[in-house]
Design a protein around this ligand. Structure first.
Ligand SMILES: Nc1ncnc2c1ncn2[C@@H]1O[C@H](COP(=O)(O)OP(=O)(O)OP(=O)(O)O)[C@@H](O)[C@H]1O
Ligand SMILES: [Mg+2]
Length: 471
């Protein structure tokens, strides 16, 4: 038998689920790695302390000590083993915390075997060739407010969370450019970066470059000295100064006039500027975050945007997906806004009828999350009974009737394969919706589904869904 290892690296897998540990062992063995396992955080720390490891895969929710706490301990003790965090459900703060604590990457269940293989390779080559990518030791901000929590568990949003986490560990001289269609959450991302980087009390200063008249924008940004122009009777500080060591959020940067683009470039490059009418250089201490829904690359081609400024801003690029490209997040967002507007409007709408749900999921939302939010707000306002029904939504969206018969994802060749595929998707979404709406209360979710608790739990297990992820 060929039981020889192809590689000398040793990998630790930490998960309380035996099936997951087993699956990992199989994959890793096949690839020729040595693998050890641990079932909880305590055991993991023991193994980490006693064995020479090259890579760790670790679940975030572990008995005794959580995955994040293990990561934190490793960081405190200066143990530098690339670690990939795994989670059942990707909420923003988990991904951000994992990246801040130095995790190499962040994976969500259900696990994709190819992704495991690929990440293993990537992590192992990186750790041997580039021990020099020392991360800035920005302090880990434990009591992050969730006021600006982004909602979404789709793969696309996971990538965004990771980026936010990574940005927040870089020095604030690194600018960020956020692009995406209107209503995709650009400002929310800017605030999340700010909130996860800074301790409390640092200012977040935003300015909308298209809302301020051109002739005022310059003095708004840079400030002016007394007598700089007629009417300047007092010195006034600009946004760059007011931001101190917080964040300057330049919204709609695509609308900035060419003259100002050049001055901005200099301020970013040299981290220095002068007030209008002044000659004392003033240091910029804040982080620049710019956002736009325009395609800057084509603006450059058309001569409307400076290429050098683009390259300068684009060091970290965060591209937000339109909602229709992460439609699997729609039910979650809809329920989130439902709860929000129930509270605001003092209503008690419990959920969406299944037709209403399918309308939401198949609508293309050209106005993205903002449109969805407005829609739910109006629907909550109009709802008479316990549910938001399809006719309310249909009226507001003037959707075409084919939405009532949504196109299903038919994947697979045989009838059985295709049916199982759709059925699995349906079961997963159904269970998730119920648990989201009822905050992870399995008994209530089963009751509301007209199922026995056992049957509901069986379905949860089949779909690999854990109640605690919804609490
Ligand atoms: N992922 C999300 N989770 C929860 N709320 C969101 C999310 N994305 C956007 N929103 C909400 O949608 C609205 C629009 O978001 P935001 O203002 O950040 O969008 P934007 O990309 O800046 O849009 P614009 O280009 O029109 O300025 C806000 O009310 C915001 O709270
Ligand atoms: Mg905006």
């Amino acid at each position: 038998m060929e039981d020889k290892l192809k590689h000398s690296e040793k990998i630790l897998v930490v998960d309380d689920d035996e099936k997951i540990r087993f699956a990992f062992l199989e994959v890793l063995k096949k690839e020729g790695y040595a693998a050890v396992i641990a079932g909880d955080g305590e055991e993991a720390l023991k193994v980490i302390g006693s064995e020479k490891l090259d890579l760790i895969f670790m679940d975030i929710s572990l008995p005794k000590i959580t995955g994040l706490e293990v990561l934190k301990k490793m960081k405190e003790e200066g143990i530098n083993i690339p670690t990939i965090i795994i989670t059942g459900y990707g909420i923003m703060q988990n991904a951000i915390k994992a990246m801040q604590l130095g995790a190499f990457d962040y994976l969500t269940k259900p696990l994709d075997i190819n992704k495991i293989r690929e990440l293993t390779k990537k992590a192992l080559t990186k750790s041997t060739t580039s021990g020099d990518v020392e991360k800035d030791n920005t302090s880990f901000n434990a009591d992050i407010t969730d006021r600006y929590e982004l909602i979404g568990r789709s793969q696309r949003m996971q990538e965004i969370y990771k980026l936010i986490g990574m940005v927040s560990t870089t020095p604030n001289t690194v600018p960020v450019l956020i692009t995406g269609e209107s209503g995709t959450g650009k400002e929310l991302v800017a605030r999340a970066i700010h909130g996860n980087t800074m301790g409390t009390g640092h200012p977040f200063i935003g300015i909308n470059c298209s809302a301020v008249p051109d002739n005022l924008l310059e003095s708004e940004l840079f400030g002016f000295e007394r007598g700089a122009f007629t009417g300047a009777s007092e010195r006034k500080l600009g946004k760059f100064e007011l931001a101190q060591n917080g964040t300057i959020f330049l919204d709609e940067i695509g609308n900035l006039l060419p003259g100002l683009q050049q001055k901005l470039l200099r301020a970013i490059q040299e981290r220095e500027f002068e007030r209008l009418g002044g000659d004392v250089p003033i240091k910029v201490q804040a982080r620049f975050i710019a956002a736009t829904n325009r395609d800057l690359e084509s603006e450059i081609k058309d001569g409307n945007f400076r290429e050098d400024l683009f390259f300068r801003l684009n060091v970290v690029a965060i591209k937000l997906p339109p909602l229709r490209e992460r439609a699997d997040d729609i039910p979650l967002l809809a329920n989130y806004f439902l709860a929000k507007y129930n509270e605001h409007l003092n209503k008690k709408v419990k959920g969406f009828s299944s037709h209403a749900n399918s309308i939401l999921c198949s609508y293309s939302f050209p106005g993205n999350v903002r449109e969805l939010e407005n829609l739910i707000e109006r629907a909550v306002m109009l709802a008479r009974g316990e549910e938001i029904t399809d006719d309310i939504l249909a009226k507001m969206l003037s959707v075409n009737p084919s939405v009532k018969d949504p196109v299903l994802p038919i994947n697979g060749t045989t009838f059985k394969q295709s049916r199982d595929y759709v059925l699995n998707l349906f079961e997963k979404q159904f269970v998730e919706n119920k648990l989201t709406a009822l905050h992870g209360n399995v008994t209530a979710a089963a009751k509301s589904s007209g199922m026995t608790r056992q049957n509901f739990q069986r379905m949860m297990k089949k779909c690999n869904i854990k109640a605690e992820d919804f609490k």
